[in-house]
Design a protein around this ligand. Structure first.
Ligand SMILES: CCCCCCCC/C=C\CCC/C=C/C(=O)SCCNC(=O)CCNC(=O)[C@H](O)C(C)(C)COP(=O)(O)OP(=O)(O)OC[C@H]1O[C@@H](n2cnc3c(N)ncnc32)[C@H](O)[C@@H]1OP(=O)(O)O
Ligand SMILES: Cc1cc2nc3c(=O)[nH]c(=O)nc-3n(C[C@H](O)[C@H](O)[C@H](O)COP(=O)(O)OP(=O)(O)OC[C@H]3O[C@@H](n4cnc5c(N)ncnc54)[C@H](O)[C@@H]3O)c2cc1C
Length: 662
């Protein structure tokens, strides 16, 4: 990353109050992990096989698909040649793919994890190795044209035929066509297909089946299978999200993924320990989306903060040089809350990963007691973090003015990617309602005298009556308590409102629907409170330099105080905070913006994103924005010829004929 650096950016780095490298080490779990990550990335970044001047934003959809696939295949070959270890795979893959999101990506994001989580040991022997070696390529085919959210409403059927010991996979209606799965259109030759299981004349709901889609010889669709690409999307157009229809396709009984539920040869259905275990891969993927949200928002913040130090505009004081735009308080107010949220989500994602490991470990031993909390936490965190991230990227884009709107900034592509995370793997509103459902249950249990534990413990601990009085609004303990009080009050209010509606005679489902806006807000408040608490605990308990603890504490204060000022009404509603407290919070926000300002560049540098990861002219480490903006524009295909052929075809004859009339 060495080279001539823009002097403004250089000064920012010299003036930071902490050692950037030490913060990077902390974020990634130690100096050795950082060294390893950089080494693995360098293997891809220095490899001429990944032609580094390729830019998907200048390509047609077909070129994006083709280049992405070529890159992915090179990557897979290199993984073998270089003997890349399992724990380094994600790092190597994303460094090699550099923004090309090929259809084959879902093979390791969703297809292979489904085998790991849903297949028996015997089935793993058959499919896991081919999947890991990529001698077969798979999609995760769940969503249909007519149903994505409502998995129980899926229409694809898998009907067991004991006479041949086969399942018959069928798409009975147009709306049952599988629609959206990544890689399904052109790339994959296998898929795990979610279908309604019928055996002995009874439907047992959605289950996963391994289905071969295309010939392993010539890649033609297998008999009875119709496949295609669903067309261009907002972003990710290198991915052939596809459709599939099945016309009574027969697969062996052993192709049902049977780790949890089973169908015996005679057609007897054997219940799983929990019917929701068929959804375990969704829980896992939602958990990974939390880190994606942190990472994506951190990327946008890095671009916008660096550019805001290079960009000079207007006059702050008459006659003085134009200031760096990051010196405007309004610019800080746009960007620093995004930066703080990226840190908050980073730590929340680390908690989520650890929690997922612990609870799935217990589930492997037969203890299902953590499943509901794991589902509620992963669904709520996925929803909250991706929504804030998506909005935050657009704030960063606008903060970069006109250049932010150009693909040169990298921000439009990042926004498109971020937006997909709000819908994929469970639409955000629907996911937040799942968290609300869990919270209402917990609230009712706590009313019945049960002491709650885990992430909802505070619901039974928080006092319903507010304790007004002077509060120190910069104290992290005070801020955590305020968020917990707000969440507990909102959960109680939504749950009581539901009870009232039911007491007035409404059916539970109607009461739920008429309270669902309240329920969403309550669940968001719960997740927000979790993120604040986790951030505060992280900065208070970790072993780091005092200078790092100080700057992280400021970020945590900013994240929390900004949340309070943005949602002031929630905190004022029952008098828990007063108008004076909110004023104090606003003043502290201003103070924190000023406190973070000198460290802003070091804080984004600490994310340690290589320029090839950022893919942004505005966010370059060296800050040499303008010369590279000019170079980037020159690559536009429209600049290949001085006079474009369309001029000769259309405009010139029109202009000529108009001139002839003069
Ligand atoms: C810069 C770099 C970053 C780049 C990162 C790139 C990453 C990759 C990018 C893109 C990849 C995209 C991949 C996308 C893949 C997909 O989208 S796959 C399809 C995903 N589909 C969904 O998620 C469907 C969502 N719907 C559902 O999950 C469910 O159907 C439901 C909405 C939760 C169901 O609701 P319903 O109430 O009808 O539920 P029931 O089925 O009746 O359930 C009743 C009880 O079970 C509980 N429940 C539900 N789900 C689960 C679960 N998964 N685990 C545990 N428990 C569950 C539910 O809460 C009920 O509980 P209760 O009765 O006790 O209250
Ligand atoms: C980029 C991308 C990649 C994808 N990849 C895959 C893949 O690999 N495999 C796969 O199987 N699928 C994939 N999907 C599909 C994805 O999982 C679904 O689109 C997603 O789960 C949302 O479902 P839906 O499209 O049915 O939305 P809908 O449920 O139709 O949502 C439309 C609206 O209805 C509302 N709504 C629906 N139900 C409720 C409710 N109960 N209460 C309140 N509001 C409700 C929603 O909040 C939303 O506002 C992908 C989607 C995208 C965008």
């Amino acid at each position: 990353m060495a080279g001539q650096v823009n002097p403004d950016l250089g000064k920012e780095r010299e003036n930071a109050s902490f050692n950037t490298q030490k913060l990077t080490n902390f974020l990634y779990g130690g100096a050795e992990k950082v060294r390893r990550r950089r080494y693995i990335e360098s293997l891809a970044f220095s490899d001429p096989a990944y032609s580094s001047d390729e830019d998907p934003t200048f390509m047609s959809r077909e070129e994006q698909y083709s280049s992405g696939l070529k890159r992915a295949v090179t990557m897979l070959q290199r993984v073998k040649e270089l003997n890349i270890a399992e724990e380094d795979l994600d790092t190597y893959r994303s460094a090699a793919l550099q923004g090309f999101g090929p259809g084959i990506g879902l093979h390791w994001v969703a297809f292979t994890p489904t085998i790991v989580q849903q297949a028996t040991e015997e089935q793993k022997k058959k499919w896991l190795k081919p999947a890991q070696d990529v001698s077969i390529v798979g999609a995760y085919a769940q969503t249909e044209m007519g149903h994505g959210t409502f998995v129980r409403g899926l229409e694809t059927t898998a009907t067991y035929d004991p006479s041949t010991q086969e399942f018959v996979i069928n798409s009975p209606t147009l709306t049952s066509t599988k629609w959206w799965p990544g890689g399904l259109g052109k790339t994959t030759n296998y898929a795990t297909v979610m279908a309604q299981l019928y055996t002995q004349g009874k439907c047992y709901g959605p289950h996963n089946f391994m289905v071969q889609l295309r010939s392993l010889e010539d890649h033609q669709p297998c008999p009875g299978v119709t496949l295609g690409d669903i067309g261009p999307k907002m972003e990710g157009n290198g991915n052939d999200n596809g459709f599939a229809r099945f016309d009574h396709v027969r697969i062996p009984r052993e192709n049902m993924l049977m780790k949890f539920a089973r169908v015996e040869p005679d057609g007897t259905y054997v219940q799983p320990p929990s019917s929701k275990l068929a959804y375990s891969n969704m829980v896992y993927l939602r958990g990974t989306f939390v880190m994606s949200a942190a990472y994506t928002l951190a990327t946008a913040a890095t671009i916008a903060v660096r550019y805001s130090c290079v960009r000079r505009q207007s006059e702050m004081k008459p006659g003085e040089p134009e200031p760096q735009i990051l010196d405007y308080q309004t610019q800080q107010y746009k960007l620093f809350p995004q930066l703080a949220a990226a840190y908050a989500f980073w730590f929340a994602a680390q908690f989520m990963t650890q929690q997922h490991g612990t609870i799935t470990g217990s589930m492997e031993k037969g203890d299902m007691s953590g499943l509901a909390e794991l589902h509620a936490l992963s669904a709520g965190l996925k929803s909250y973090t991706t929504a804030v991230m998506s909005g935050g990227i657009d704030v960063c884009r606008m903060a970069c003015g006109g250049h932010g709107y150009s693909h040169a900034s990298g921000l439009p592509a990042l926004f498109g990617l971020g937006a997909s995370l709000c819908t994929a793997e469970g639409e955000n509103t629907v996911m937040m309602l799942q968290t609300a459902r869990y919270l209402v249950k917990c609230f009712v249990q706590s009313q019945g005298g049960k002491t709650l534990t885990g992430t909802v413990a505070y619901l039974s601990a928080v006092q319903p009556s507010p304790v007004a009085g002077n509060k120190n609004m910069s104290d992290l303990g005070t801020l955590v308590a305020a968020f917990q009080h707000r969440a507990a009050r909102m959960v109680r209010h939504a749950a009581m409102q539901m009870q009232n509606e039911m007491q007035k005679g409404k059916a539970r489902a109607d009461a739920w629907n008429s309270c669902s806006v309240l329920l969403i807000k309550a669940a968001e408040a719960h997740v927000h409170s979790f993120v604040v608490r986790n951030f505060a605990e992280t900065v208070q308990t970790v072993e780091v330099d005092e200078s790092i603890r100080a700057v992280l504490t400021s970020l945590c204060q900013l994240y929390s105080l900004y949340g309070i000022t943005e949602h002031a009404g929630d905190f004022l509603m029952d008098g828990y905070l007063t108008g004076g407290d909110i004023d104090a919070a606003s003043s502290h926000v201003s103070a924190m913006l000023a406190r973070v300002r000198p460290d802003a560049v070091a804080l984004v540098d600490a994310f340690d994103f290589h320029d090839k990861t950022l893919r942004s002219v505005l966010g370059r480490y060296d800050g040499r924005v303008y010369e590279h903006l000019y170079e980037w524009a020159k690559k536009s295909p429209l600049n290949k010829s001085e006079v474009h052929e369309s001029y000769n075809k259309y405009l010139q004859p029109f202009l000529k004929s108009n001139r002839a009339k003069l």
